[in-house]
Design a protein around this ligand. Sequence first.
Ligand code: ATP
Ligand code: MG
Length: 188
Amino acid sequence: MRLALFGGTFDPIHLAHLRVAAEAADKFALDRVLFVTAANPPHKPAGSTTPYEHRHRMVEIACSCDPRFEPSRLEDREGRSYSYDTIARAQSELAPGDQLYFLIGADAFAEIGSWYKAEEVLRMVEFVVVSRPGYRYPIPKGARVHRLESLALQISSSEIRKRLDEGRASVDLPPGVLEYIKQNGLYR
Ligand code: ATP
Ligand code: MG
């Protein structure tokens, strides 16, 4: 089985996340992409994100578009969510012969040096790094990195939150996610 972890705040999950995952799954013959909703993102101030259950529910709705996509509660726990712990937990559940990748955008990978146990993280897994307009990144020594350069998607959750707050609907969301946002009065 070939699988990838795809972590994110997903506040909210949008069409670029899905496109990135599909492209990686196609190019790297992945059987499963696990969308790991970050419970307490270390790089965002506590309380600044939408509650976990809302973000994860939207991930569940979005993942129904592709049989390879799976919502994951690997980070559904107290305390900060560190990728080091998430990867270790995922690896402990692998079967012999499984190949695990860590799927990540260029902006996030550019910051990886500042992560908790960065050197260990870089050693423990192979990365698929997806291009994102305006972001470049160095490849740290010894890191195993596959560059996926075929996408240049301008979409971001921050931009979508801003638009929704201004009362404008966003076309960059899966219809079911936009529906969920409206029903629950999120982002306004
Ligand atoms: P925010 O603007 O709130 O930071 P975001 O759009 O960056 O939201 P995240 O949940 O922070 O979304 O990102 C999760 C993962 O998806 C990260 O690895 C990020 O780099 C990647 N990603 C998000 N949007 C894109 C995009 N347009 N192109 C490539 N990768 C992306
Ligand atoms: Mg981001």
